[in-house]
Design a protein around this ligand. Structure first.
Ligand SMILES: [Zn+2]
Length: 88
């Protein structure tokens, strides 16, 4: 279980305790830990990649930090796709 930490200056409005940022390069939107990207960028991925990410995802991997090999491979594919499309 992740510990909720509130630093000074955090108003903690409605941020998820484990929130992290979108994987999309340069995007700093906060997303729940089991999401790959924010809604906008998730929609920007080709469906075949979204399907693969969704399939490879194992519930709880963001907690124990042990994504499956398939998930890692898929993440690399997404990365290649971004490089091909010059997404930075
Ligand atoms: Zn994003």
């Amino acid at each position: 279980m992740a510990k909720r930490r509130k630093g000074p200056g955090s108003n903690g409005a409605d941020d998820h305790p484990d929130a992290r940022t979108c994987h999309w390069p340069g995007c700093e939107r906060q997303i729940p830990p089991h999401y790959w990207a924010c809604a906008e960028h998730w929609a920007a991925l080709p469906k075949r990649l979204r399907d693969r990410v969704a399939r490879a995802y194992r519930p709880g991997q963001e907690i124990d930090k042990q994504p499956s090999r398939e998930y890692i491979r898929t993440a690399q594919e997404v990365h290649h796709w971004m490089v091909e499309h010059d997404i930075r």
